[in-house]
Write a protein that binds this ligand. Structure first.
Ligand SMILES: CC/C=C\C=C\CC(=O)SCCNC(=O)CCNC(=O)[C@H](O)C(C)(C)COP(=O)(O)OP(=O)(O)OC[C@H]1O[C@@H](n2cnc3c(N)ncnc32)[C@H](O)[C@@H]1OP(=O)(O)O
Length: 321
């Protein structure tokens, strides 16, 4: 019994001393950090800033083209989210679009990096271009584009999509890979692929039905490409909050990110991993996975810290992960 008490006291002391180190470290960081680009995150199509401790704001940054997604974007998304995944200074991400629209995918880069007219040539049976080889190449490209949004799911830090104005085609693929979606009242959504003669192929058809839980409506939207406005998106649960304008949207998203980032990163990231696992697996298999996950994670110092903070009505701070 005394061994147990000693170990609890020992653990608690270690927790408190690390808490103090954390606080000092945070004060030091705060005094030097300016609200600017995060170093090491230099991209052409994405701007990454840190508005608050542990919060990263990724802004799609091609405002002149309404944040159309070009080849550089597809590549940079993977690099950026992989980097944030292993960055201990990042605990929660907000993604938004610069300028007047969230995103309107650039149609020139469909089909194996060719522009649309090249693609049409291939599809109309250009004999100089073997169909089998072209298909393999296109397959590879589509898989790469899929990875650009799967990278959002693979990043264990929660990602909040802040959508204003147009969210078209690939924009919906992107936001359905995010954890939480907020939008402005002027936001509208369109599964536009059908209008360019395509079945959506980078995530919408796979993820949206699991978000919405209304199969009939998903089919209606996907077969017609019709605009869905923010009130309908909210009613369906595609977005969880609607804000009057972009400014309030972004501050609402950052506020939510701050709350998430104040929790144990072990708990938050474990929750994301388990939610995604459960979405893709049966309840019994997912329960088994959760037990295996927590047989290790429950031993984290964060559990003790959280419990003590709760008892003492204090705010816990957690070491970097
Ligand atoms: C493997 C496949 C992976 C992904 C597949 C995804 C499929 C899709 O995303 S399908 C959807 C494709 N996108 C569209 O159909 C949207 C096309 N754009 C529009 O309909 C309009 O631009 C608008 C969004 C309704 C806005 O209209 P408006 O306000 O009149 O602005 P514009 O003058 O049209 O645009 C301003 C500027 O942006 C450029 N731009 C807009 N959309 C695209 C785009 N999709 N691709 C490339 N560029 C785009 C537009 O050309 C203008 O540029 P300028 O240089 O000023 O001319």
């Amino acid at each position: 019994m005394s061994m147990y008490i000693n170990s609890v006291i020992g653990k608690a002391l270690r927790v408190v001393s690390r808490q103090n180190c954390d606080i000092l470290q945070r004060i030091a960081t705060n005094s030097t950090r300016s609200m600017s680009l995060v170093s090491g995150y230099s991209f052409e199509t994405l701007k990454v800033e840190s508005p608050k401790d542990y919060i990263f704001h990724v802004e799609m940054n091609r405002p002149d083209k309404l944040n159309a997604m070009n080849q550089i974007f597809w590549k940079e998304m993977v690099e950026c989210f992989q980097k944030m995944n292993s960055d201990p200074d990042c605990r929660c991400v907000v993604i938004s679009g610069a300028g007047r629209a969230f995103t309107a995918v650039e149609i020139h880069f469909l089909c194996s990096g060719l522009d649309l007219s090249d693609a049409i040539t291939v599809l109309s049976g250009d004999k100089s271009n073997d169909i089998g080889r072209a298909a393999f190449k296109i397959h590879e490209t589509i898989r790469q584009y899929q990875e650009s949004f799967t990278a959002i799911e693979k990043c264990t830090k929660p990602v909040i999509a802040a959508v204003h104005n147009a969210c078209i085609g690939g924009g919906i693929d992107l936001i359905t890979a995010c954890d939480i979606r907020y939008c402005t009242s002027d936001a509208w959504f369109s599964i536009k692929e059908v209008d360019i003669g395509l079945a959506a192929d980078v995530g919408t058809l796979q993820r949206l039905p699991k978000i919405v839980g209304n199969d009939s409506l998903v089919r209606e939207l996907a077969y017609t490409g019709r605009k869905m406005f923010s009130d309908e998106a909210k009613q369906l649960g595609i977005v969880s909050r609607v804000f009057p304008d972009k400014e309030t949207l972004l501050s609402g998203a950052v506020e939510l990110a701050e709350l998430i980032a104040s929790k144990s990163p072990i708990a938050v990231q474990g929750t994301k991993v388990n939610l995604i696992f459960s979405r893709d697996n049966s309840v019994p298999v997912s329960l088994q996975y959760a037990a295996t996950w927590n047989q290790a994670m429950i031993q984290s110092e964060d559990v003790m810290k959280s419990a003590m903070a709760g008892i003492n009505k204090e705010k816990a701070t957690f070491s970097k992960l």
